[in-house]
Design a protein around this ligand. Structure first.
Ligand code: PXP
Length: 255
């Protein structure tokens, strides 16, 4: 299991004053010291938080790897192909959204053509590719057809619900993770994951990468980034233990 930390919110605080602090690149160093396996940033078309310079600095500084989230905007794609991060995750973007609201729309031929083109461009640059999708069989099939290396399953619905609905959403994630592996796709997961809800998702055996931002940066305000990352890394590690809390959450403890 790889654990990547999204540091966009550090840039959000900086952009609130259009100044030079806090710097995502400094946060990235501490995230790595805290035990994360990589740094995730979303270079939005509207440059709301992360800027081009941040991505360049991260590429020069990060010792683990950079997972660049991006939409299919031509200038962002060109920058990705120039900088060649370890991984690029294609995500949907709408200007008015507060955060990424759903998986990619792969339903229309137009969007499949656009996303397929972006994937081909990234792959030609030697970049591992991932598609952020809802945990649905149809979306997985399209991801396979478009030759993505990986999918990131959107965990937002799971995170935003409670009780029986949450259990059903977890089941949906598990089924999608299995189907993804059957199709030969690497399976990642993320969005809305917190210290309270991460364990059942981290315990899904087919999930090999988690991307987590908001919850960690929120805790970092109180305990510091390194400590916040360490605590999340420990929860994820425990979730993967055969008889740990993850096994229980996954309903495997009595087998
Ligand atoms: N994965 C993707 C594709 C995202 O767009 C985001 C948010 O930028 C995350 C994961 C992290 O979500 P959160 O900040 O809710 O942990």
């Amino acid at each position: 299991m790889r654990f990547y930390v999204n540091v966009d919110h550090v840039a959000t605080v900086r952009q609130a004053r259009r100044t030079d602090e806090p710097a995502p690149v400094r946060a990235a160093v501490l995230v790595e010291l805290g035990g994360a396996d990589g740094i995730t940033v979303h270079l939005r078309e509207d440059r709301r938080h992360i800027q081009d310079r941040d991505v360049r600095l991260l590429m020069e500084t990060v010792r683990t790897g950079v997972n660049l989230e991006l939409a299919t905007a031509a200038d962002v794609l060109a920058l990705a192909c120039e900088l060649r991060p370890m991984q690029a995750t294609l995500v949907p973007e709408r200007r008015e959204e507060v955060t990424t609201e759903g998986g990619l729309n792969l339903g229309s031929p137009e969007s499949r053509r656009r996303i397929g083109g972006a994937l081909a461009q990234l792959a030609a640059a030697g970049i591992r590719t991932s598609l952020f999708i809802d945990p649905d069989a149809e979306a997985l099939a399209v991801a396979r057809e478009l030759a993505a290396d990986a999918v990131e399953l959107h965990t937002g619905e799971y995170a935003n619900t409670r009780g029986a609905r949450r259990a059903a959403e977890l089941e949906r994630l598990r089924a999608a993770a299995c189907r993804g592996r059957e199709l030969g796709l690497a399976v990642h997961a993320g969005h809305g994951l917190t210290y309270e809800n991460v364990i059942p998702v981290a315990a899904i055996p087919e999930v090999e990468e988690l991307n987590i931002g908001h919850s960690i940066i929120s805790r970092a305000i109180f305990v510091g980034i390194e400590q916040a990352v360490r605590e999340m890394a420990e929860l994820i590690r425990r979730a993967r233990q055969p008889f740990g809390p993850g096994a229980e959450a996954a309903g495997l403890a009595h087998h």
